[in-house]
Design a protein around this ligand. Structure first.
Ligand code: GTP
Ligand code: MG
Length: 294
């Protein structure tokens, strides 16, 4: 049976996490229009009777000046060394960008087996799709697949191309596992996702979410207590908003999604804390679970 591991790599905001969620059919990784949404490698497993594909989502490459950001940049390339196949996701809707080519060439030079997914074709003129495909024809990749993760276009074709390029073997994970991350991790990520969606400028990037308590009471209700950590005192005021209105709105948005994810009611308590410049502090990065970034 076909079984193997696939690193999903590319530039920030390309659509890697959206694609993994569609491929696996579950919310594995959070998604937002802001670059560097994904901060950690997240495993999503596509399980079928006759095959298993283990996808590893990676943080996208983006010019970043913090210790957190520079660590994230290296994660894709370090995962690529240990997998059977690299799925390079490239946002093609606005044409080919030099930086995409530079990164793709870096992977090609390493000699990895690569499938190139040209994504977001739902928001580009049809006649440009063919042109884009042709422009990659002399790149050394196994396959080039134009897709739309948002509309599910060509996703089946992409899975077939992936399977064609995976080895025969035994399943790595048991059938009931779909991710390597805990529910507690996902709950923190859901909070971060809503902050990414609801705040602008530098605020979302300077946020860490620390889940202090995640317990299910006898009634079935989850009790979740978390800290929203920001890096400046004036950010805290913006996050909370006038009379606490903005925070209340974001927390209730997050709670609704946590309830959907956990399939039961959630009691959510949040505190906003300030930790100056935490993205450049080795100790705080470790404390907040970003050990791999140092
Ligand atoms: N129109 C369209 N938008 C998409 C598609 N796939 C992803 N997006 C959007 O692109 C944005 C970025 O998506 P993500 O999946 O978070 O991108 P990513 O590559 O994981 O980004 P990082 O984690 O920051 O590296 C989001 O607003 C998505 O909704 C697609 O197929 N079509
Ligand atoms: Mg992502």
């Amino acid at each position: 049976m076909k079984c193997g591991t696939v690193a999903v790599v590319g530039r920030a905001n390309a659509g890697k996490s959206t694609l993994i969620n569609v491929l696996v059919g579950e919310k594995i990784s959070i998604v937002s229009p802001k670059p560097q949404t994904t901060r950690d490698n997240v495993i999503g497993i596509l399980n079928r009777q006759d095959y298993q594909v283990v996808f590893v989502d990676t943080p996208g490459v983006y010019a970043s000046t913090t210790l957190l950001g520079s660590g994230m940049e290296k994660m894709g390339e370090s995962v690529a060394k240990d997998v059977d196949l690299v799925l390079f996701v490239l946002d093609i809707h606005a044409g080919v960008n030099e930086k995409d080519l530079e990164l793709l060439n870096r992977y090609i030079k390493k000699g990895y087996k690569i499938i190139l997914a040209l994504t977001k074709i739902d928001i580009m003129p049809k006649e440009n799709i063919m042109e884009s495909l042709v422009s990659f024809s002399n790149y050394t990749v196994e396959e080039i697949v134009p897709i739309s993760a948002r509309k599910g276009k060509n996703v089946k074709e992409l899975i077939n191309c992936i399977l064609k390029n995976l080895p025969q073997g035994e399943k790595i994970y048991s059938d009931d596992v779909i991710s390597d991350k805990s529910e507690k991790f996902m709950v923190g990520e859901i909070m971060r996702e809503k902050i990414l969606l609801k705040y602008d400028k530098e605020i979302p990037h300077g946020i860490a979410v620390v889940v202090n308590e995640f317990t299910q009471r006898e009634t079935g209700v989850y009790y979740i207590n978390l800290d929203i950590v920001c890096e400046k005192a004036n950010h805290k005021a913006i996050i909370i908003g006038k009379g606490g209105k903005k925070l209340k709105e974001v927390v209730s948005f997050a709670r609704a999604d946590m309830e959907k994810f956990l399939g039961t009611r959630v009691f959510l308590e949040t505190f906003v804390k300030v930790k100056e410049d935490w993205r450049n502090s080795k100790n705080l990065l470790t404390e907040f679970g970003y050990k791999k970034n140092i």
